[in-house]
Ligand binder design. Structure first.
Ligand code: GLN
Length: 244
């Protein structure tokens, strides 16, 4: 199937929710949304991006894919307070197999808590079972490379975090560290996969450097939304040729 002839998917309409996109958006995290829009349109879908921020209601049925970026501790504290109001709806979204990508600070807040360098505890929502401890006078900064245990794919990115995240029940790492620090610098895990939720410390942005993950998230979102329809998506190989 040629991408420009990809009209049979033109009825696909995806709404991407950008969770706290005006507060948590460091190191070009927003580029992940640009990548999803670009690739989504190549798959034949119409893509709408909607900001969900302080005091907004999280309408769990209104979104087909959620992106939750990273940020500084100051903004994370603000988000930590507000997100408690959205907690129940976000958990329902996740448990109903909603697709979500979270980076760094957003990834930390999906877990139980995040401890700042000054020992202050920032509450997460416990939607996923991980927790994040601190480290004194040190951050993990630099290039990272991981390999997926499931698919053997390599992911490349850049990390900059002081938090050390430890995975819990039902969580699988996104990959095993080949280079860099990953979740905590100890157990070689990086990121998380839980149901259709993907988390990672990769900034950079993650999806522009690892477009196969963008394809996977979009395919999941389309299959989830148009369940019951016969869906014909171009194979990643065809998309790959188109992108490179
Ligand atoms: N503030 C968090 C930390 O330092 C998250 C950082 C980020 O999102 N880049 O661990």
């Amino acid at each position: 199937m040629k991408m420009d002839e990809n009209t049979q998917n033109s009825h696909f309409k995806l709404t991407l929710g950008h969770l706290y996109g005006n507060l948590l958006n460091t190191y070009g995290d927003n580029g992940n949304l640009l990548m999803l829009k670009y690739l989504g349109e190549k798959l034949g879908a119409t893509i709408k991006i909607q900001l969900i921020s302080i005091d907004d209601i999280f309408e769990e049925n209104a979104y087909d894919l959620i992106f939750f970026g990273g940020g500084q501790d100051y903004e994370q504290r603000i988000v930590s307070k507000d997100i408690q109001e959205k907690k129940a709806a976000i958990i329902r979204y996740i448990e109903n197999n909603g697709v979500l990508l979270a980076i760094c600070g957003g990834y930390q807040l999906l877990g139980h808590y995040y401890i700042e360098a000054c020992d202050r505890r920032v509450e997460g929502i416990g939607a996923l079972d991980h927790y994040t401890l601190n480290q004194q006078n040190h951050r993990f900064i630099g290039d990272v490379e991981i390999i997926s245990q499931k698919t053997n794919e390599h992911f490349y990115g850049f990390e900059n975090h002081q938090g050390r995240t430890f995975l819990g029940g039902g969580e699988q790492p996104l990959g095993i560290v080949v280079k860099g620090h990953g979740n905590n610098g100890e157990d070689k895990s990086e990121g998380v996969i839980y149901k259709n939720v993907y988390g990672s410390y990769f900034h950079g942005p993650l999806l522009a450097r690892n477009p196969h993950l963008a394809y996977q998230l979009l395919s999941l979102a389309i299959k989830q939304k148009y369940e019951g329809e016969e869906i014909k998506l171009p194979a990643w190989k065809e998309m790959k040729e188109f992108i490179s």
